[in-house]
Design a protein around this ligand. Sequence first.
Ligand code: 4AD
Ligand code: MG
Length: 467
Amino acid sequence: MNIKQKDQKRTKILNLINNKQTDKQVLIKGWIRTKRDSKKFSFLEVNDGSCISNMQIIVDNTIKDASIINSLTTGSAVSITGQLVESKGGKQAKEIIAEKIEVISLAPQSYPLQKKRHSDEFLRTIAHLRPRTNKYGAVFRIRSELSFAVHKFFKERGFVYVHTPVLTGSDCEGAGEMFKVTTLDFINKKFIENCRGYDDDFFGKQANLTVSGQLSAEMFALALGDVYTFGPTFRAENSNTSRHVAEFWMVEPEMAFCGLHSNMDIAEIFIKYLINHIIENCKEDLNLFAKFVNKNLMQTLDSITSQDFLRIPYNNALDILLKTKNKFEFEVKAGHDFCSEHERYLTEKHFKKPVIIFDYPKEIKPFYMRINDGNKTVAAMDILVPGIGEIVGGSQREERLDVLEKRFDEMGINKDEYWWYIDSRRFGSVEHSGFGLGFERMLMLVTGVSNIRDVIPFPRTPKNIEF
Ligand code: 4AD
Ligand code: MG
């Protein structure tokens, strides 16, 4: 038997609003947002999470069960059967004249989400309840739609989706910002006696949470052509900024037979595609952000989708930063990575559009990036966007066996650990490239939300792993 048959069939408010048909009996289930009483009627605003709009329920005080209304509080869960009709009031197109009201559960008066607007800081302390607000409901519906758009983009272009591992034995970015994974009992130190360290650990060697799926994705690109991975990644960076979290999602395409500039082309088309998808598919939710969160949102999004991104080598960007009269907190130094304020100056003030910086000094980039002629720079590219700074980091990969091995030696990396990576350059190695798009930063861009903690369900940051 179909298990659904046992349940009463509810209709989502979104479907009731979008469907033209009225004057029929419907059943909705949801949570009370507000209640207003008049002499003969009560008006309930009910939300079921399917969209921002509430459904207005009109309860005639003479119907059976109408006395239930007195006990209803904000946050209570209800089931309502009634006639869907064209609304006579101006605010909404449709409303329901209640015939039957059932209380599923009553929320006490102490329910923290009362009608007033709460600060983002406060809502972070109740991250388990914040999806019940208009703003966070919208954030997480857009997050869902954006994930779907990622898969759609790659599906339409024939990419293969690869599930790269979360547990890994290697450090892709070489920055040593990895969370170690162990089953050794450090607290009770039971292992100390005769412990041979990692040899006695679960995997018999050091294991980490992945910082990037790239190295695994490369192996698959060299077999399947165009692939992508999309999943959680982890970084133990001790930086408390509005753009860093310890657990975030990354989209990482990897393309065989693809050089640096084609890599930039795909990243640029991808970002524009994602923005357009959200504009087309999340109108009501996006409108909330354009109205209440960032008044320039639609303009910013339009300026990103309607222009070519500017492409400039690191050295030229460096010149601009060294010559500008703009005051920075951190000094601009040749041969060093740019800080977020430098990146934002370039994209927000100097060029006023997205900027792709490429050919970085090899000293500040990981082992896998392809060495350019002259042996000073690597075929790296970062994409910077207004309001955020770096949103994409990518590169052409070093496909030449001898150059790669030399690079490992130069950087003091133990080649034995990467035997399989090196192997891929031994058998049918080809030019290939890829990039990583920070999924939360992309969400910040499309919603205008300025703190990364507010676009991920349960943010993990230094000293914070509540929920
Ligand atoms: O520039 P990153 O470190 O690049 C890589 O990891 C490459 N292996 C990707 C690849 O080529 N396949 O990280 C990529 C992006 C950054 O541009 C940023 O958007 C995001 O990931 N990111 C973070 N997002 C949130 N919190 C953090 N701590 C982040 N670190 C990086
Ligand atoms: Mg980067």
